[in-house]
Design a protein around this ligand. Structure first.
Ligand code: ZN
Length: 374
């Protein structure tokens, strides 16, 4: 994610913090200070938010470690003002696995609340014994209740919150995955409307923000799953681009610029002999042009590590790889030879054409049915 900084690495997973989170910290600190003009009160407010985000990291780790049990890696965890996001490499297709992964996060909050309950009991006893005044009992009990609230809030059946995933997993055990997702997404959007309505009535901007987020995420999840199911069972060579340009490692960037200007191609496979040795992306080319000029060789700028697709593999898996690498183009290989390109644009076009053909077939069927009818 842009505007994020890495703050550490836990269990082999990078944890990032988003810039907007620092704004939240400042806002809480200043808010507390303005209210009581007390630096300790401000520090306590900020400390509480930090503790809360420690809790959110543990929640996301719960998802990540449960996913790891099924061989799914987590790319990173990012802290946002509205909570954490663990970017799993993929969501498990198996409903039982999705259920376990979704429940693992809220389960961490339940465990933390239970642990804090015990600790608060100990602190209370200690305070009574030593007759000390409030060693931090209220801080801990606020944190305990925050964990309870997080568990409850996350279990609301609103995609993409954990409860939405639980709902989908339960539905998917009884019906096709796409249909289960559509129902779960619709329930999520209904919840989003409810959040937005309550947020407006109560004048809570945060709730309106969450509502918007849930609405968009539910729509995105539904279209993603629909796309994946439309792509399943179709081999890559059906949809790939076969008319494309390549570059050689010793070509200059000027050659790439000329290709970009006379076509629509964004990224270029770099071919040495008959082997693909790299990919020159438009973004890399543009930044290199401003720094190195047109004379720089392609070999200096190209990405040497890149994902590829096999001509015989299914579009569904190739599409998942396109998303995972956050890239735009996959060179398509057949027996190590470059035979085509698969791009996000051309996949989208392929989908639109398939949808149009499907509509035409539907009209034809209806036409035949009405002709044959009484
Ligand atoms: Zn969660």
């Amino acid at each position: 994610m842009k505007w994020s900084w890495r703050i550490g690495r836990i269990a082999g997973i990078d944890v990032y913090i988003h810039a907007t989170f620092l704004i939240l910290l400042a806002w809480v600190g200043i808010g507390h200070y303005m209210a009581h003009a007390d630096i300790w009160d401000a520090a306590r407010g900020v400390g509480f938010i930090l503790a809360l985000f420690g809790v959110v990291v543990l929640h996301e780790l719960g998802h990540a470690l449960a996913a790891r049990r099924y061989g799914i890696r987590t790319r990173d965890i990012t802290l946002l003002p509205i909570g954490g996001v663990a970017r799993l490499e993929r969501i498990p297709d198996n409903p039982r696995q999705e259920l376990v992964v979704a429940l693992a996060g809220p389960a961490v909050n339940v465990a933390l609340a239970g642990g804090l309950y015990v600790v608060i009991g100990l602190v209370d006893t200690l305070e009574t014994l030593t007759q000390a005044q409030n060693v931090g009992g209220s801080f801990l009990s606020e944190l305990m209740w925050a964990n309870v609230a997080l568990a409850v809030f996350n279990m609301l059946p609103a995609f993409p919150m954990d409860g939405g995933r639980v709902l989908r997993a339960l539905l998917a055990a009884r019906m096709p995955h796409v249909q289960a997702t559509q129902i779960a997404a619709a329930v999520g959007q209904a919840m989003a409307l409810l959040f937005g309505f309550v947020g407006l009535l109560a004048g809570t901007p945060l709730l309106i923000f969450v509502a918007l987020f849930v609405w968009l995420a539910a729509a995105q999840e539904a279209s993603m799953v629909q796309m994946r199911s439309a792509l399943s069972g179709i081999p890559v060579h059906h949809a790939m681009i076969t008319d494309f340009r390549t570059l050689r490692p010793d070509d200059s960037l000027a050659a790439a610029v000329a290709h970009v200007l006379d076509g629509f191609q964004q990224d270029f496979p770099v071919v040495d002999g008959d082997r693909v040795v790299g990919v020159l992306t438009r973004a890399d080319m543009l930044s290199a042009l401003s720094q190195l000029g047109q004379g720089a060789p392609v070999a200096q700028v190209m990405q040497r590590e890149f994902a590829v697709a096999d001509a015989q593999e299914m579009l569904e898996t190739a599409f998942a790889r396109l998303q995972a690498c956050a890239c735009h183009t996959l060179p398509v290989l057949q027996n190590h030879d470059l035979v085509g390109l698969l791009t996000t644009d051309n996949l989208g076009e392929y989908m639109m054409i398939q949808a149009a053909l499907e509509a035409a077939r539907g009209r034809e069927r209806r036409g035949r049915a009405s002709q044959g009818g009484p």
